[in-house]
Ligand binder design. Structure first.
Ligand code: IDP
Ligand code: MG
Length: 139
């Protein structure tokens, strides 16, 4: 089922360096409407649940530690073609490969501390939004 929504997190490196406003501005200037928004500190257990699909990858343990090392900002975003357009706006996972003008090019520090998350499918956008905002909330 195609939707016009995606899910994002501003990751701990970016919140700790006061880039929440800068990143939200790039998101709004990119044509996305912020549907829901909150700042939270994930426990290692919650971070591990969020990234469960990566649990066999070698970087999983470090990723969980990093994602629970400081507050994140979770948001549901709306735009036509939201999932694909947002992946374009954030740029490649590794900032060394991220295109000019992308959020990761501007703000990411490393392949791990890469400033933002973006859902990779409509299905995951819905699952991830529900993880933070609950399936019964209406936005
Ligand atoms: P994505 O965030 O661009 O979708 P994924 O492959 O889904 O990238 O990986 C999830 C997150 O795990 C990345 O955003 C990054 O924080 C971290 N990560 C991915 N690959 C590596 C790696 O090779 N080393 C360390 N961390 C990584
Ligand atoms: Mg991913």
């Amino acid at each position: 089922m195609a939707t016009n929504r995606t899910f994002t997190m501003i990751k701990p490196d970016a919140t700790q360096e006061n880039h929440i406003g800068g990143i939200l501005s790039m998101i709004e200037e990119g044509g996305f409407r912020i549907v829901a928004l909150k700042k939270v500190l994930l426990t290692a257990e919650r971070a591990g649940q969020f990234y469960e699909v990566h649990k066999e990858r070698p970087f999983y343990g470090d990723l969980v530690k990093y994602m629970s090392s400081g507050p994140i900002v979770a948001a549901i975003l709306e735009k036509d073609n939201a999932v694909a357009d947002f992946r374009t706006l954030i740029g490649a996972t590794n900032p060394a490969q991220a295109a000019e003008g992308t959020i990761r090019k501007k703000y990411a520090k490393s392949i791990e501390a890469n400033a933002v998350h973006g859902s990779d499918s409509d299905e995951n956008a819905q699952i991830e939004g529900n993880f933070f905002f609950g399936p019964d909330e209406q936005f």
